[in-house]
Design a protein around this ligand. Sequence first.
Ligand code: ADP
Ligand code: GLC
Length: 499
Amino acid sequence: MRRSTKTGEGRSGETPTHLRPWYNSRVARVLMVSSEAAPLAKTGGLADVVGALPGALREAGCEAAVVIPRYGSIPLKDLRRVYDHLPVYLGPVGFDVSIYQAPADYPLYLIECPKLFDRPGFYGEEGVDYPDNHIRFAVFARAALGVARRLFSPDVLHCHDWQSGLVPAYLRTLLAGDPTFMGIKTLFTIHNLGYQGRFPLEALEEVALDAKVFHPDGLEFFGQVSYIKSGISFSDALSTVSPTYAREIQTPEFGCGLDGALRARAAVLSGILNGVDYAIWSPETDREIPAHFSALDLSGKRAVKAQLLAEMGLPAEAIERPLLGIVSRFTEQKGIDLVAAVAGEIVAEDVYVVALGNGEPKYEDPVGAMAGRFPGRVAVRIGYDNRLSHFIHAGADIFLMPSRYEPCGLSQIYSLRYGTVPVVRATGGLDDTIEESTGFKFQEYSGAALLGAVRAAIQAYSSPEEWRETMLRGMRKDFSWKASAREYAALYGRLSGRG
Ligand code: ADP
Ligand code: GLC
């Protein structure tokens, strides 16, 4: 279906009043716009956050819904079609969009546009981005606003990362003055400043954005169109996923060129630490692991370790020695190059390593090569495997996360819960979540510094009582969503005047 109108969204008087029964309610209604939500669409922690936060928000007194794209990997048969032929136009170009709803504890909407999203990857294939990502996520932003108009009328649009960065720009330009959106506030959460959604200047016209947004205080970034900068410049409030990362991104070292733009908006930028969903990530109940355990009875952890060693083809006698685990995207961010650089020195400590991850060949290859260099000592799976990720978090003794930068990081928090003691670089959320009493931290981004922390952990492992206490302190930490959901609820309340 095509229609030649500039906005396609701008008609007033078509919002049925039954969409606004909460008009006098004190409860803030929030529509989250995200490219991922677990379990349906996940490449990393963003999905875990968006999958868990709505439930926690309900307990904090908010009503939350989520909208994501319907990727090819999400079977249509499990979904219910709730809106046909949503008019979405980028200038004169129309897109055939429908909206589906997935079974979930909260309203979870999926934008169906086969031409754009029914593909094998979310953002690209074999490490190469789709060339029309600017169109894909512009249509997604417009369709998400369609959800806000027709299906779930929010007080706050909570946008996550660059894929939703155009939502506030459209609200401020094309839809400014549209009564449906009057008074709606926007919160933009940065999960990772390293991914910015940058496109050539020509993209501006293709996605029907007014040229007036293309300036340094808008979405212009060194002559390009930046979707993340759009979110930063045009949202009412900004947040990121840990207090330390909120400070770091305002410095040239961590700002990825956007530190100036972020400093300019420091008054509305806060850091709210991610929580974790212990219904999914707990050694007592985890459905993905072969034995269960708890802080009161650790015996099942040995059984999990034994099966993990067998599954990864490592020798059974490794059960008596420290097993180091890695679950990560293999990208520049994650510091995996440090591990490859000192792998020889690490295994010389008579320890074993299991690693799971995928990402860029530049980082996958050296990790994959470690298995060949140290057969029987290092086992590697290149790929994405949810079950194995739980298995490693639960079965390893030490979890390695030597990130170059880390906005929050969930994997180290999951590991704490499974008594798998983290060795982390003291950056971003890793610094905020791991203490000297629960893990091992190093400062400098170097193989030597990583090795020093790994050796300290191995040394501690050799004192069983000391080690057990460290495990238990980590297992008893509470990083559930409760406190952070309250912080989000308070922020929505301040923005919207509700709640
Ligand atoms: P990031 O979002 O930067 O990747 P986080 O630590 O916040 O880092 O979240 C990573 C999430 O993705 C965790 O749930 C982790 O278990 C999962 N994960 C990462 N790599 C893989 C993989 N190769 N297979 C399965 N799960 C993975
Ligand atoms: C990003 C960050 C990670 C964070 C996750 C969820 O992918 O790299 O640190 O935990 O988003 O917020």
